[in-house]
Design a protein around this ligand. Structure first.
Ligand SMILES: [Zn+2]
Length: 218
């Protein structure tokens, strides 16, 4: 099973990727993990990557290609993988296509968890963290907006900077700008499985499984 999963920031893409990974016994490959690992390895390329990231710059596609190719070639990707966070640009999508051709990898499934921008903004701006126990709540989902449902402390909710509407809208804008062309690119080559991201984690998982079953039997 080879899967590429797409979704705007915070739609629960990582959660679903982890569930799929354990269900199909395939590695969950996130770009962040790959970069962290290469830095931890302490080899020359790791130092280069560390330097780039510490300047807040993007890792060049040529390096990403090398890292992704090496990862997909490794033994634990033999029976498949789930790619999360790559490709992030159209150029990376083209690179990935080259890697797949070189490694003769076929039958890919593209999953897109879709959700409207307003729903994400609404969800995230209502998110609070308990300063006492770290529990994360959505104010839309609890009745008492003053009491932490986990530790029962009163008045401990704080809002993270990341959850300010402006920050979220900016991240979404960047995401759409870079991802829309990638989806267009893949749409012309393959079917994309669209999943309704407004549902619960369990419902989304079950929708993904049934869509994959259906796609496999085609
Ligand atoms: Zn608490």
């Amino acid at each position: 099973m080879r899967i590429i999963i797409f979704g705007a920031p915070r739609v629960g893409k990582g959660t679903q990727a982890k569930i799929l990974s354990s269900h199909y016994k395939i590695p969950h490959i996130s770009t962040g993990d790959i970069l962290r690992k290469i830095i931890d390895d302490g080899k020359e390329i790791g130092l280069v990557v560390k330097d780039i990231l510490s300047k807040g710059e993007l890792v060049p596609d040529s390096i990403m290609k090398e890292l992704i190719e090496k990862t997909l070639k490794s033994d634990n990707c033999k029976s498949g993988f789930i790619l999360d966070g790559f490709p992030r640009t159209l150029a990376q999508a083209v690179l990935l296509e080259e890697i797949f051709a070189e490694l003769k990898l076929e039958t890919l499934f593209f999953i897109r968890i879709q959700i409207s921008e307003n729903v994400i903004v609404n969800r995230l701006t209502q998110r609070r963290v308990c300063a006492n126990c770290g529990y994360i709540v959505n104010l839309n989902l609890i009745e008492n907006h003053d009491e932490c449902p986990s530790c029962r402390q009163l008045g401990t909710f704080t809002k993270r900077k990341d959850d300010e509407e402006e920050v979220i809208r900016h991240r979404l804008e960047v995401y759409h700008k870079t991802t829309a062309p990638i989806l267009e690119y893949y749409k012309s080559k393959s079917d994309i499985i669209i999943i309704d991201g407004r549902k619960t984690v369990e419902e989304i998982t079950s929708d993904i499984f049934s869509a994959l079953e259906k796609a496999q039997s085609n």
